[in-house]
Design a protein around this ligand. Structure first.
Ligand code: CFM
Length: 545
């Protein structure tokens, strides 16, 4: 089946891009295409946004401090920079956490050095040291991460040497590490993920060799407990008897990161933000990784089966099937109820670096069509699959980010499975149509032919898309939400879930079906014309302008 595009793709592109100057239009054209799942076409991604275009993207500091380190409750995240950088990162991402009983939950605090003009002129290192002393005195944390904002890079403060000096100075044993994650360091928050992964790998992962037991031990990577997603997934892992040694980084702690190399499998949810940790842990410690998708009931079932196949245990396999059957029965009840109302509706998803892909599963389960989708900051492999990795051009912006030289840790490297077993496992994944170990096929292979794929969608392009296609729901974030709703289209925030969720796993699917059903079938937004819109129908009685 192909999606019905009301206009030819070439003219669609023209229509979308004709407002730009010729040079800009030429550049944008490389990031806009009509999908062909059989031979995913090359898409331009992870390149600079043209100045002046309103982008959905965030900055490198956001990717490092907010995304990867943000959900860990017991590392103090100290922002070195002006207060605005903290204000806009203070509890704005809905990563939830189990507060624990040790009193070490710092998530609700905003730690900032509050740089002033004087510090910008004379340097901010002294103030940074003072802040670390104060934090240590007040909170006695195990670890402090220092996050560099744009001015820190511009004035040349060395957060890494401050971290070393302060570790030596403080009598308490505190692991202090800095991140050179200045907002401008990369073209988006994606660079911040890489910097965060490197920092965790260098300073935390592997510090604690204690074997805490468990028959099936794994890490869940790239799951951030937005709206309680991790809690729902933990429920099922617990039912399965699988031990989550750590999760990066939803509902996580410092100690779990330090111990994560004792796991036997890394399951990767968000490939974009955490693939670096998966690859480095495989090289250094011998932990194999697989891509999973725990968004969508069917996709979750498939992923739990993949995990069970890896652990290769008759009892676990049986239990997995029982749990899937039990959970899908509950899911089906709600799905059957909403399906007549949601079937045939259309959706667009423009989110981050993985959700625009994963959430398509949920819409498909509801019988909805994806007309267009794209990431804000993903790389070509997230669209076209990891097979294109060798052909991705390394430009100056990517070279800006350190590539750690990782080698085998002779003392702690332990092959988890034999080569022969892994080979057989891949054979069976191939048979069931699943991704092989260490692979990700990307978004495009799973999208319908003819659907539009657009990277780093601009605000103007978004408005044109809505005018042309009138989707029943548009999925994006808070920056887009009200602009889209003013156009009469409901917007589902797929970053924060609009105060809802969880949406992961089996119960998450049920929540999502209900929320989307409500949104696409009680669309109040098109009933409320904007007061300045002279072409809109007159207000019905009962509505107040
Ligand atoms: Fe990964 Fe994320 Fe995402 Fe992301 Fe994000 Fe997020 Fe996201 Mo917002 S880590 S790439 S940088 S799944 S914060 S939990 S929702 S843009 S699609």
């Amino acid at each position: 089946m192909t999606t019905q595009n009301p206009i030819e793709s070439s003219s669609f592109k023209d229509d979308l891009l004709n407002i730009y100057p010729a040079k800009v239009a030429r550049k944008r054209a490389k990031s806009v295409l009509e999908n062909n799942p059989d031979v995913p076409e090359e898409i331009q991604a992870n390149v600079r946004t043209v100045p002046g275009i309103i982008t959905q993207r965030g900055c490198t500091y956001a990717g490092c401090k907010g995304v990867v380190l943000g959900p860990t409750r017991d590392i103090v995240n100290l922002v070195h920079g002006p207060i605005g950088c903290s204000f806009y990162a203070w509890l704005t991402r809905r990563n939830q956490t189990d507060a624990g009983t040790d009193g070490e939950n710092f998530i609700n605090y905003a730690f900032s050095t509050d740089l002033q003009d004087e510090n910008i002129v004379f340097g901010g290192e002294k103030k940074l040291k003072e802040a670390i002393r104060e934090i240590n005195q007040l909170f006695h944390p195990k670890a402090i991460g220092i996050f560099s904002t744009c001015p820190v890079g511009l004035i040349g403060d060395d957060v890494h040497s401050v971290a070393r000096d302060m570790e030596a100075e403080l009598e308490d044993k505190v692991n202090i590490f800095g991140f050179s994650c200045e907002g401008y360091k990369g073209v988006s928050q994606s660079a911040g993920h890489h910097i965060a992964n490197n920092g965790l790998f260098k300073h935390v992962i592997g510090l604690d060799d204690t074997d805490n037991g468990g028959k099936f031990k794994m890490n869940l990577l790239g799951e951030y407990n937005i709206g309680g997603d991790a809690f729902e997934l933990e429920r099922t892992f617990k039912d399965l008897g699988i031990t989550l040694v750590s999760s990066f980084s939803g509902n996580s702690t410092y100690d779990k990161f330090a111990n994560s190399h004792t796991a036997d499998l890394n399951a990767v949810m968000c490939h974009r933000s955490i693939n670096y940790v998966a690859e480095m842990m495989e090289k250094k410690y011998g932990i194999p990784w697989m891509k999973v998708n725990l968004i969508g009931a069917e996709a979750s079932a498939k992923s739990f089966r993949k995990i069970a196949k890896y652990f290769d245990d008759a009892e676990l396999t049986k239990l997995t099937e029982e749990i899937i059957e039990r959970e899908l029965a509950e899911v089906k009840k709600v799905r059957d109820e909403v399906l007549p109302r949601t079937k045939g509706k259309t959706a667009m998803l423009f989110v981050g670096g993985s959700r625009a892909h994963h959430y398509q599963e949920l819409f498909k389960e509801m019988g909805m069509t994806i007309v267009a989708a794209g990431y804000e900051f993903a790389h070509r492999d997230d669209y076209e699959g990891r097979r294109v990795l060798p052909t991705i051009k390394v430009d100056a912006d990517s070279r800006n980010i350190e590539e750690l030289k990782v080698t085998k840790d002779d003392a702690r490297f332990k092959p988890r499975k034999t080569e022969e077993f892994l080979h057989k496992l891949d054979e069976s994944f191939k048979e069931s149509g699943d991704e092989l170990m260490s692979d990700y096929r990307g978004m495009m292979s799973e999208m319908q032919k003819g659907a539009l794929v657009i990277d780093d969608l601009s605000h103007r392009e978004m408005e044109r898309l809505i005018e042309i296609y009138h989707p029943d729901v548009f999925c994006a974030g808070i920056k887009e939400k009200y602009a889209v709703q003013k156009m009469g289209i409901p917007l589902k925030q797929l970053h924060s879930y609009d105060y809802g969720g969880p949406y992961a796993g089996f119960r998450g699917a049920i929540n999502f079906y209900r929320d989307i059903d409500r949104m696409v079938n009680s669309n109040v937004w098109h009933l409320i014309p904007a007061p300045w819109d002279k072409t809109a129908p007159t207000l019905t009685a009962g509505f107040v302008a």
